[in-house]
Design a protein around this ligand. Structure first.
Ligand code: AG3
Length: 278
């Protein structure tokens, strides 16, 4: 018998993933959490029936989100991660020796606990002595903290449910206030191919707050459309221009200086959809 998980987040089509077994399910305070073993994607975490991360493809997303800003910022000593409860973004960020202190703020402690237990591959960042994990509302944190950061990474769910506030103009305005001079924001900004309207709205909001705003994309086959976007806002350097490169020992699977060079290339339709002129 074949058993399928279906993500029905968008109208008109589903993503169906064949399930080997259900590893864990929990109705947390905020959302419905599930972890599966799947035939094609390996271990997979879903929130409210939306695929968040899969063993087979998580590197595409996490390496893209973390390394593009962290290699192009002058000296990313203090880093803030909003969301990212599975730990993948923290894991990639902690590879950077420049980082002295990384703070991860996720609203849902139950996602962090389940990820620590069931997603060991995603997990290595949690035990780094430079990392602090706070279970708090990210929106509140950025509005009230006295700390200042060099780079803020926003690893949120889709702009629906608990994640919605993390795409709002007020959120970006608060981030701008807690960045040090030359600071950068980088956020996941939805699918250029299945939700270009969302990409446009989010990109435009970031571009209103940051003097430099750059959209880039990467393939993520386990998300709707199979193609994902990220937006960097910067008060300093151009995120397209890396200053350093990963060591061979990092064994990265997607990111490289050549990839950094390519991911900012946008096709004409996407530029029109998002309202980017050049
Ligand atoms: N956060 C972004 C996931 C968005 C996926 N959307 C969807 N499947 N409809 C991923 C968290 C990984 N750390």
């Amino acid at each position: 018998m074949k058993v399928w998980f279906t993500e029905e987040w968008l109208d008109g089509f589903v993503i169906a993933v064949q399930i080997k077994s259900v590893v864990y399910t929990q109705r947390t305070k905020y959302q419905e959490l599930a972890i599966f073993d799947t035939v094609e994607f390996g271990r997979m975490l879903t929130l409210d029936n939306v695929i968040q991360t899969t063993e087979k493809y998580e590197y595409l997303y996490h390496e893209s989100l973390a390394h593009v800003p962290l290699f192009s910022h002058e000296n990313p000593e203090h880093v803030l991660i909003i969301g990212g409860g599975d730990g993948g973004t923290l894991r990639e960020a902690m590879r950077h020796p420049e980082i002295k202190q990384a703070t991860m703020v996720d609203i849902d402690g139950e996602v962090i606990e389940a990820s620590k237990k069931y997603l060991p591959l995603w997990n290595t960042g949690f035990s780094d002595p430079r990392a602090t994990v706070l279970i708090e509302d990210g929106l509140k944190f950025v509005a009230t903290t006295d700390e200042k950061f060099d780079v803020v990474l926003v690893d949120s769910t889709d702009p629906e449910g608990p994640g919605e506030a993390l795409f709002m103009p007020e959120f970006y305005a608060s981030i701008a206030k807690i960045l040090k001079p030359g600071g950068m924001l980088c956020a996941q900004t939805e699918s250029p191919i299945s939700t270009p309207g969302m990409v446009r709205d989010i990109y435009q909001r970031i571009a209103k707050v940051f003097p430099v705003a750059k959209l880039y994309t990467a393939p993520v086959p386990s998300y709707p459309g199979g193609w994902w976007s990220f937006t960097c806002g910067s008060f300093g350097r151009d995120p397209e221009k890396p200053l350093r490169k990963p060591a061979d020992s990092w064994n990265l699977k997607f990111y490289s200086p050549e990839i950094h060079d390519r991911v900012f290339v946008l096709n004409p339709k996407l530029k029109r959809d998002v309202g980017i002129m050049d």
